[in-house]
Structures are given as C-alpha cells and as structure tokens.
Design a protein around this ligand. Sequence first.
Ligand SMILES: CC(C)(COP(=O)(O)OP(=O)(O)OC[C@H]1O[C@@H](n2cnc3c(N)ncnc32)[C@H](O)[C@@H]1OP(=O)(O)O)[C@@H](O)C(=O)NCCC(=O)NCCS
Length: 254
Amino acid sequence: MLVDEIVVRRQHLRRKYRRLQHLYRESGMRGMILQAAHQLLTALYHHDVQYVFVRRLDGQEQQGSLSEGEEDRDTDWLLLESSTTLQAVTEEIPMTIRFSIDSLRKKLQEGGIVILVRRPRQTGAGRTVIGYGVYQQGVFPFLRRTGKVSADLLYCHYVEVLPEYRGQRIHAVIAKAADAYGRRNGAKQHCSTIPAHNRPSIRGTLRAGSTVVGKVERVLILKGFLWWETPWEEVAAALSQGRPAQELIKSLAL
Ligand SMILES: CC(C)(COP(=O)(O)OP(=O)(O)OC[C@H]1O[C@@H](n2cnc3c(N)ncnc32)[C@H](O)[C@@H]1OP(=O)(O)O)[C@@H](O)C(=O)NCCC(=O)NCCS
C-alpha cells in the first residue's frame, strides 16, 4: 500500500514537472511569470461567469444531436467508473492533460465517471488518450451552496481534447458516450457550465444538442474567504424549466 502511494506521488510529481516543462517550451519564461502572476491575482479576486447548458436525455433525440457516423475506425472510448480501472490505463494518459491523474482519481472516488477517447499511438505500440470527459450525477459543483440536486442531472465537470486533435469532433464522441451512460443510469438531463468566451466548447456543446438555460456567477475574494454567488433557487428554476434563455443565446458571439 505504502509502495503504491509512493509510486502514485512520484507519477504526480513527474507529471507536474512535465507540465511545467511543456509550459516553458510553449511560452518561455515570460509565459511562466505571467501564469504565476495570474494565479496570484486570481487568489486575491476572482469573478467567474458561466452559462448553463442543458440537453434532455429522455424522450426523443433533439435536433442537432449526434449521428453514429462521427467516430472513425481507429477511435475508441473507455468508461471508467472506479479508481482501480484508472490505474490500469494511466500509462496511456499524456502528461500534458489539464485535469491531473490525481484529480481524475479523486473524481472517481467521489462517485464520478471518466470517459477516455483513445487512438493508436503513432509509433504503433498500444493506444494513447486524445481526449477525456469527467461527469457526475446529482451534483452542481459550480456553486458552494446548492439545495438537493436530483440524480436526474448528469453534470459535466470538464472535457478536454488534446490540442493536436481539436476540430475533429472528438468532443462529440465524448458527449455521445456520456449521454449513453446517463440514459443507462436514469439521468434525464445533461448539464454543463461554460464561460461565454469559450467558443470551441460552446460550439461543440450546441452541436451535441444542448441549449443555454441560464447563467451562474460567483465572486471569490482572498481565495474564497469572502464570496458571493447566484442563488441556487434561480439555477434550480432554470434547470427544471429547461427553457432556452434567448437573450443569453443572442449574446454568444459564435
Ligand atoms: C472544447 C473542446 C473540448 C472541443 O473539442 P473538439 O473535439 O475540438 O470539438 P469540435 O471538433 O466539435 O470543435 C468545436 C469547435 O472548436 C473550434 N476548433 C476547431 N478546430 C480547432 C483547433 N484546431 N483548435 C481549437 N479550436 C478548434 C471550432 O470553433 C469548432 O467549432 P466549428 O467546427 O463549429 O467551428 C476543445 O477545444 C478543448 O479541449 N479545449 C480546451 C479545454 C476546454 O476548454 N474544455 C471545456 C471546458 S468548459
């Protein structure tokens, strides 16, 4: 057990070091300083605005939902429901993903699921992860104070496609796998929160059949020592009505 923990910690440090190396290669010392300054300012004051996207998983498939033909022959996906299954595939996960292996493990331990999309390695030996999504039923973690969140809701914590594979509809493969999981487990709605400026994510999410039903905001001061957020009742009402928020939709510069 202790040996396992040491191995995991070493993997974690190695991944952190590789990510720093990657950042340095991509943006140099200036980029690293800017990132450190950004993190410091964010710790002092942070204002976050995200749009709430919903698509129904029950009933008829909505217009704009996915057709079968969007996966190519080489692309496959794996559904992980426990941290043990994650351990078996860590070698296939590139060091540069934004959600660390430790965070993936934590989400699995908290009852979430992870969908990994893989393609054969270019060297020909084995497969490599090119994108992933992290989901959980019955939560709405953007807000600190929520009332009861129904298990009907499948929440998308995060989706990422590695930069060299973006624009190839890998997001659609992840969304389709997540929706299938949700339907099998009785979820009636798929929900995600996305900043209005994240155009690629919004376009992928709209293409998967989602619509904007509202907006959530939070202000965190001194790393959350003081905070304010959109009242849960407002969000819960938007989720249960599921009505497209036309004004917000118009404001999206797509
Ligand atoms: C958001 C994301 C998962 C989309 O994945 P994807 O598989 O590239 O999605 P799609 O192929 O459906 O493309 C979606 C949009 O990305 C944009 N896009 C296309 N090629 C791109 C590229 N090479 N690089 C960046 N964005 C690109 C386009 O706007 C595209 O929509 P369009 O084809 O209708 O113009 C991916 O861009 C990503 O990992 N981004 C960083 C992490 C992130 O922001 N996650 C979401 C958090 S809310």
